[in-house]
Design a protein around this ligand. Structure first.
Ligand code: PLP
Length: 430
């Protein structure tokens, strides 16, 4: 595969941008490579600066649930662009977006648009603290909630890949109210409530862990969190930046039948544009400025071009429930196929998946939390990743990220992917 242009660009980039990238996991460092610079995308394919084409299982880390460069999305974006790129004023599209989100997710009565998942989570935590008058929050090891100070503790994802448990530059004071529990460990959460009960403003959780690889919630884990929050007057925050509008029309809350008090979004609701949102019960959301005393603002929040992209994608999802049936079936085909492959070739690896999200852990141990995820052989992952990339399959360049299927993927593409995986493992097993 010719990669000269990507290499030239990377050489220049590292001189100008920290690590050559604008988000760490893009750097391919932990798989011992330099990144491919992407020039364009269409459907489920990416094309790099040297003209190589890849079947994409990253989907911009989640937003592209319907595939890249859809005509309907682009048309609405172009239409919006012609009317003005930003007004810094209220628009009809924002009302339509809020109405749509509230209609798709029963626990949400009011919603505020922001510009990223990080901002959404940071603001939701502030609202929870403002509403309850308490400071402590519980987060789970290996869950990533963006890069705001209070949440950069055992934060999974890129931090995990870099082998940095916590970021430097975060003052100890910023995380002193962040309590940690292992994912899927309800007893640990109970103990935290026993100790800190009336001081805990909120429990924040990824309803499916998707930033330490994919880690499904054990039966009763989310239900237990719901119960403990209700009993202790704390708020349950579901971080649905990945699962929102992906697992089901109503996200993880519909998928698992549990309602959160506050929910955070990003990715899919922007259709590929920089967007985030947080929402929940009216009485909670009314603490947010200018109604209440919790300040939160944004020059570009609710940007009309971003709203056009997000609304078009979300409206399509709302009107086409068969997308979710398709995603479930594709997930079964891909991840089920990977499981079968492991059985046939006697590979002692773990395949974890929920719907369209999944991953392979290179470990013999069932992966249920951050500690077991870390038992994965990242060198074995890196070799697998390199082979797949060389054979035109674009996976997330880290053991601790998910594979993202989109509605634009086909059975044939999934089967082709499985057969490339089979070739790789047959070669390495022998
Ligand atoms: N929350 C979760 C669950 C995420 O996966 C991410 C990003 O991947 C974020 C929050 C932060 O979102 P953003 O990268 O848009 O700031």
């Amino acid at each position: 595969m010719e990669t000269t242009r990507s290499e030239q660009l990377f050489k220049k980039a590292v001189d100008l941008i920290p690590g050559g990238v604008n988000s760490p996991v893009r750097a391919f460092g932990n798989v011992g490579m330099t990144p491919r610079f992407i020039a364009s995308a269409s459907g489920v394919y990416l094309t790099d600066a040297d003209g190589n084409k890849y079947l994409d299982y990253v989907g911009s880390w989640g937003p592209m649930i319907l595939g890249h460069t859809r005509e309907d999305v682009l048309e609405k974006v172009f239409e919006a662009c012609k009317k003005g790129l930003s007004f810094g004023a209220a628009t009809e599209a924002e009302v339509e977006m809020a109405e749509l989100i509230c209609s798709m997710v029963p626990s949400i009565e009011m919603v505020r648009m922001v510009n990223s998942g990080t901002e959404a989570v940071m603001s939701a935590i502030r609202a929870a603290r403002g509403y309850t008058g308490r400071n402590k929050i519980i987060k789970f090891e290996g869950c990533y909630h963006g890069h705001s100070d209070a949440l950069l503790v055992k934060a999974g994802s890129g931090v995990m890949t870099a082998g940095v448990p916590d970021s430097s530059g975060v003052p100890a004071g910023a995380t002193e109210d962040t309590l940690l529990a292992p994912y899927n460990d309800l007893e640990a959460v109970e103990r935290l409530f026993d100790t800190w009960g009336s001081g805990i403003a909120a429990v924040i959780v990824e309803p499916v862990g998707a930033n330490m690889g994919v880690v499904p919630p054990k039966k009763d884990f989310l239900e237990g969190l719901r119960r403990l929050c209700t009993e202790n007057g704390s708020l349950l925050i579901f971080d649905e930046v990945i699962t929102g509008f992906r697992l089901a029309r109503g996200g993880a809350q519909e998928y698992f039948g549990i309602q959160a008090d506050l929910t955070t979004y990003g990715k899919i609701i922007g259709g590929g544009m920089p967007v985030g949102a947080y929402g929940g019960r009216r009485d909670i959301m009314e603490v947010v400025s200018p109604v209440g005393q919790v300040y939160q603002a944004g020059t570009l929040s609710g940007n009309p071009v971003a709203m056009a992209a997000g609304l078009t994608q979300l409206r399509y999802l709302n009107a086409h429930p068969e997308v979710y049936t398709h995603l479930e079936a594709l997930g079964e085909r891909l991840y089920g196929g990977m499981e079968k492959l492991c059985q046939e070739l006697k590979l002692p690896y773990q395949i974890n998946h929920v719907g369209s999200l999944g991953c392979m852990f290179f470990t013999e141990q069932p992966v249920v939390d951050y500690t077991s995820a870390k038992s994965s052989d990242t060198k074995a992952f890196a070799a697998y990743f390199r082979y797949m990339l060389d054979h035109g399959i674009y996976l997330a360049s880290s053991q601790f990220e998910a594979m993202f299927l989109s509605d634009a993927h086909t059975d044939e593409q999934v089967d082709e992917t499985l057969s490339i995986m089979r070739n790789y493992f047959e070669k390495t097993v022998q």
